[in-house]
Design a protein around this ligand. Structure first.
Ligand SMILES: [Zn+2]
Ligand SMILES: [Zn+2]
Length: 164
């Protein structure tokens, strides 16, 4: 993969209001929320190995395929429908050809889209980075730990608000 070919992008929810947005890296050094004016400064160490989250600085990241689930399902559904339709037309060869081609297309597309690296803590998704050995697939136990942490933090915040 060339350095220039893939634009580096980050997609993340605003830390203040939670609305999603995306920014281009490394052209943007900071990002400002369009809705609540919250400001995020990206941590500057940009390498393609991405060792920490550039939005919140967290070190635990996981990789996932940047492949939209609905797309895979749509391709599959369409392929099945055409398969049935071709069978109904007494054309089993076309039917099988369609099924095989769409399966191959699905597989190729899956390989082509590459990885997204996701932060466990803030949910930022980094696109166009190369996943390294420190990026493991998603682990539910780690995600659960961060979810608990988030809930505790929200609890503390609402306690502080109601207390004052
Ligand atoms: Zn915001
Ligand atoms: Zn993060």
């Amino acid at each position: 993969m060339s350095e220039k070919g893939f634009p580096l992008k980050v997609r993340f929810p605003c830390p203040e209001c939670g609305r999603g947005d995306e920014a281009r890296l490394p052209t943007s050094k900071t990002w400002q929320c369009r809705f609540c004016d919250a400001l995020v400064t990206f941590s500057p160490s940009i390498d393609r190995g991405l060792s920490h989250c550039m939005v919140c600085g967290n070190h635990e990241l996981y990789k996932k395929k940047n492949f939209p689930h609905w797309l895979g399902l749509t391709i599959l559904t369409l392929a099945c429908l055409t398969f049935l339709w071709a069978h109904w037309k007494y054309d089993p060869w076309t039917a099988w050809a369609i099924l095989l081609v769409s399966a191959a297309f699905d597989g190729l597309f899956y390989l082509w889209v590459g990885d997204a690296i996701v932060c466990y803590r803030c949910g930022a998704q980094f696109l166009g980075f190369t996943a390294g050995p420190c990026h493991l697939p998603f682990e539910l136990t780690v995600a659960e730990r961060y979810r608990q942490e988030r809930l505790r933090r929200e609890q503390l915040q609402s306690d502080a608000k109601s207390g004052s």
